[in-house]
Design a protein around this ligand. Sequence first.
Ligand code: C2E
Ligand code: MG
Ligand code: MG
Length: 746
Amino acid sequence: MEARHVDLDDEAWIESTIFGLHNLVSSGSLNNPTIDTHVIRMDESRIRLAANVFANSHDGIMITDPLGVVVDVNRAYSKITGFPPDELIGRQSNLLTSDHHPVEFRDSLRESLQTKGFWRGEVSNLRKNGKLCTEFMSVSAVYDSIGEVTHFVAIYTDISALKESQRQLEHLAYHDALTGLPNRVLLVDRIQHGLAQATRRKGLVAVCFLDLDDFKPINDLYGHNNGDLVLIEVAQRLKQAVREGDTVARIGGDEFAVLLTDLEGPQDAKTVILRMLDSVARPYSVDSATAVISASIGYTLIPGDDGDPDNLLRHADQAMYVAKEEGRNRIHLFDIEHDQRTRSKRENVSRIKKACQDNEFRLFYQPKVDMRRGKVVGMEALIRWQHPELGLLSPADFLLPLGDHPLLVDIGNWAIREALGQMAKWQAEGHQLPVSVNISGGHLLDPDFVSSLANQLAAFPQLNPRDLQLEILETAALEDVAHVSKVIKKCTELGVQFALDDFGTGYSSLLYLKRLPARTLKIDQSFVRDLLDTPEGADAIVCIQALASAFKRKIVAEGVEFIEQGIVLLRLNCDVVQGYAIARPMPADEVQNWVETYRPDPAWAASLKLPWRRSDFPLLAAEVEQRRWIKIVATAVKREDSELLLSRIRSLQKSSFGHWYYGIAKDRYGSMPEFKKIPDLHMNVYRISAEIGACLSRGEHTQASALLAEQNACSRVLLEGLVTLRKAIVTHTQKPVLPPPSPSFL
Ligand code: C2E
Ligand code: MG
Ligand code: MG
């Protein structure tokens, strides 16, 4: 109904619409003296219309007086709430009849009505039958001409059905239709909450991934309907196995995931997970038969593992695969460290790929010399990575972690191309230098190896392919020796030479020696290191030498750090050597100058004249030992580490040199004055070293540093004494070395 009335002051029509007027009219409210009505025009048909709207509206309508006493309700209101008008009219209304609304909600409704005269929103009210009804409610105040509230009108739309279907839709979106369990979306949400809670309470959380073993045969044997029943049963059993507050979710197919929260420790998690495993493994009755299935469960624990829920689920999934591989029907905890290692390997691989593209690799060259002839016989190309942030990196830093990754093929091809280019450059400048390039065993197995090598060589027709040597690494890991042997033969036909690198390490070297047609054996550094340090050191070299000559192979010794090692190697007929004693690996542009200025150590030529016996090697060992000792003392002082020193100080008599000195040597050279000087010189070094050790252990570092200079001077005198003794022995024995000694002399 519409009521139009004129305000006396400004003679303007004020129009308002109110519902439920039939009651107001009948109750005489319109004669309210506070409304100074000059003209009231009542349009009969519109009154009727309004009354009809009120009566027939599907929305419930309730009208109250300013104090909330119900004036009228329509039919729809009674239908929605179940309360007939006579149980409401004249009584105090209640806009919110359920206890679902917190105090703040009620307060804000009240405040909004008082200040704005309006409120709307969603509410839950109780029907007469006690059931809950969700409604959309709008409440408006009705004012008179002086702004006083005369009535409140509340309109209700019943949205319970809408809410229910919304709830069902939500349930579908967050639950698995078959088992009713939360699905992955809801699980992820729960994990997020679980993690936040665990951080606050400093608790432990486990995320588990469960996959049924051999579920497919159940479907195949008993049909999909029975398969579904088993899945429902599994879901039930899992729910029973976990605690309240934990979440069991179905991820898909026969995969479930479980979130365990509030755990006391890793053992607690294990107990629950084993319980799940056991409960799944109990027999199932399927189609009047009994079926047995099991599960594999992987899990990860937080804290310890980190990352978002998807990451944690992925980790649990990975662990589940391990459980499967280990034989099923078992559990496996995700190995964080192992994962980090593989992740950093992956990152390493992609960084190395980029280094290849960005041309960040370099080849350094280390000379190989023939000590007997005093000549440089070639260079070994050794890769380096000129890392933009980390500087120059060695192969151990970046190749070793690559394992047998196929990227090694690209790197190997790059190294061959680069080395050939460098050889061509040197050749154009007047130096013909053979170069050896390191090739991983896996690279040799690459199907394109031979054709790629042929193409690379064809790009440098001016080079003699014989000057290129390939050093095969990790021969022990080669699986298909017959194939590798064929590859080597084909490459040899191209003219390229081969060497077996690090010979003597790994196992079954003899087999490889026999089957692989490589011309050279590179004796591993470890043998050279042991050469003078252990009594058997020389034996290994002698054996390798014997093998090499039996199979007609050449040998090169690598890792020669001391001239004395070279002397012994020469004596053992191992003439070609490589090592820091000659030169460290150097950039390509330093090579020519080095080759031009290289002079072999005169000690080698001199030693050739000496009738060395195996029993005289300890003298050389003493020299090496002395050079090393100088380094050790310097390191101990630098690190302020007394233990490093004191644990190594031995008296002359107790050292292997001492055994030689006071034994055979005394008999042979005892009369020589150079020989008699040694114990005193050794004693001096020993005394000062012990003093330095004592200073360091007392924390007197300045004193120790001061003594270091004295110790170095004494060491040098001792070294000179030993060298002089060596030279004196040459003259003393006066016998030139005749034909190369055979192993029998040893
Ligand atoms: P390798 O082929 O046995 O090379 C000899 C290694 O010993 C080199 O280390 C060299 O610098 C080092 N060395 C030389 N003389 C001495 C010495 O007197 N004392 C000591 N302690 N070490 C000495 P580097 O350059 O770090 O290379 C290590 C390994 O990396 C090489 O061992 C080789 O197996 C591999 N490598 C080097 N370059 C390449 C390459 O281009 N491709 C592949 N696949 N592997 C490479
Ligand atoms: Mg090598
Ligand atoms: Mg080597």
